[in-house]
Design a protein around this ligand. Structure first.
Ligand code: ADP
Length: 390
């Protein structure tokens, strides 16, 4: 059944001309793998990055062509913009020189994902920097760190959004205490929800919580593209993205497709978690995304009764590793019940106890991340040595 639908979908897409002529979108190789499941069809079409916004009619044409196929109930068609370095139109709009912009200021939008001469990806208008927060494995506190870094940036005077791209377990609804469906403002554009002065969008707002989803490449792409480009983010200094844990294909696709300014890696001090963090570093290197640094989470434990500090997990591993790899060490966050309780009740510690020691740690980490990301363009970045593992 799915195969028949897929064949018919491709047949109908084969009647749609490519954006620059020269044939139809299928024979030009612009259509991704087509995913069909339960009457839902998802795929993406590659368009020139500099014309992505004019391409909406093409997307609509493809969508209606697909919806006309018997058996198709829903079509998710995303436009993806890829541009090979040196190809026509590769002079992406240049940003105002970041060097001239004071740090922690509302700098004008700089191009995301275009540092180090990597492939240019279409940016998100109005958003100066997209920063990924990633971890090699789950459960290390990546989402908690994302929320608190974002709130730390906000406390430091920046305009911030959070995009929860964790397809395996979206945590932003819980961390920010928000739920519900985002309102549609115009056409397909969604209004992000807002919490603690931050605009938030989560994959959790877009799928039913009790619907187990099997994410395939094109669906991940559609959902991501929608969250990035079909959300009224407005003017933001930083959009902080909570990435799914791990370093598999989904993560790689995201790192490749989202125009990232850089990535923050969260790790616990244990050796195992550090090995996983190294995989994360390698993943971002493969797609030319600068690694902004490592945060060591659950670094040490302070006993609430005596105030005595315990390095239960072998504190300091991430700092040593960062030094070894010549990557900035962004800071260490203790294992603390208050961090847990507050993030599990919708008010992360930076908001719940803004004058406390933990909030200070997160604000400092946020400031370092911002320093790294708003480094003048062209300044030589650390390129860590190639890491061999496994
Ligand atoms: P991940 O996104 O890596 O899966 P989460 O951010 O969801 O991890 O954190 C996993 C659990 O650990 C959550 O219950 C969270 O509240 C808790 N947690 C995270 N960081 C800390 C910390 N520094 N101290 C105490 N608990 C923490």
């Amino acid at each position: 059944m799915s195969d028949a639908i897929k064949a018919e979908v491709l047949e109908r897409l084969g009647r749609i001309a490519g954006p620059e002529g020269g044939g139809d979108i299928v024979s030009l190789g612009l259509v991704s793998d087509v995913f069909v499941s339960d009457g839902r069809v998802a795929f993406s079409i590659t368009v020139p990055a500099d014309r992505a916004r004019e391409m909406e009619p093409l997307r609509l044409a493809a969508e209606s062509a697909v919806k006309s196929v018997p058996g198709v109930e829903k079509a998710m068609v995303a436009l993806t913009a890829e541009r090979k370095p040196g190809s026509q139109g590769s002079q992406a709009p240049q940003a105002a020189p970041a060097a001239a912009a004071p740090r922690h200021s509302h700098a004008p939008a700089a191009p995301q994902g275009q540092r180090q001469g990597g492939p240019a990806k279409a940016g998100v208008p109005g958003v100066a920097h997209i920063i990924a927060v990633a971890s090699g494995k789950g459960g290390v506190g990546k989402s908690t760190t994302t929320a608190n870094i974002a709130l730390g940036m906000k406390a430091n005077g920046l305009r911030v959004g959070v995009m929860d791209a964790d397809i395996y377990g979206p945590s932003v609804p819980r961390l920010f205490g928000v739920s519900g469906r985002p309102e549609q403002v115009e056409g397909r554009i969604l209004k992000p929800l807002e919490a603690h002065g931050i605009k938030v969008m989560s994959i959790g707002f877009m799928v039913e919580e009790d619907t187990p989803m099997i994410w395939r490449g094109p669906m991940v792409m559609s959902a991501l593209t929608q969250m990035l480009r079909e959300v009224a983010w407005g003017e933001l200094d930083a959009l902080v993205v909570d990435m799914p844990p791990g370093t598999g294909d989904a993560q790689l696709t995201m790192a490749q497709q989202v125009p990232l300014s850089g990535a923050v890696i969260v790790s616990t001090p244990q050796d195992l978690a550090l090995i996983d963090a190294r995989k994360g570093l390698n993943m971002f290197r493969r797609v030319d995304v600068p690694v902004l640094g490592i945060v060591e989470n659950m670094s040490y434990f302070i006993a609430p009764d005596t105030g005595k500090r315990y390095d239960i997990f072998g504190h300091g591993g991430a700092r040593a590793e960062a030094e070894r790899l010549d990557i900035p060490f962004l800071g260490e966050v203790p294992l603390d019940m208050d961090i847990r309780i507050n993030s599990d009740t919708g008010t992360p510690i930076v908001v719940a106890d803004p004058d406390g020691a933990h909030a200070k740690v997160y604000r400092q980490i946020a400031a370092k991340v911002w320093d790294e990301v708003s480094r003048p363009m062209g300044e030589v970045r650390r390129t860590a040595p190639a890491i061999v593992f496994d």
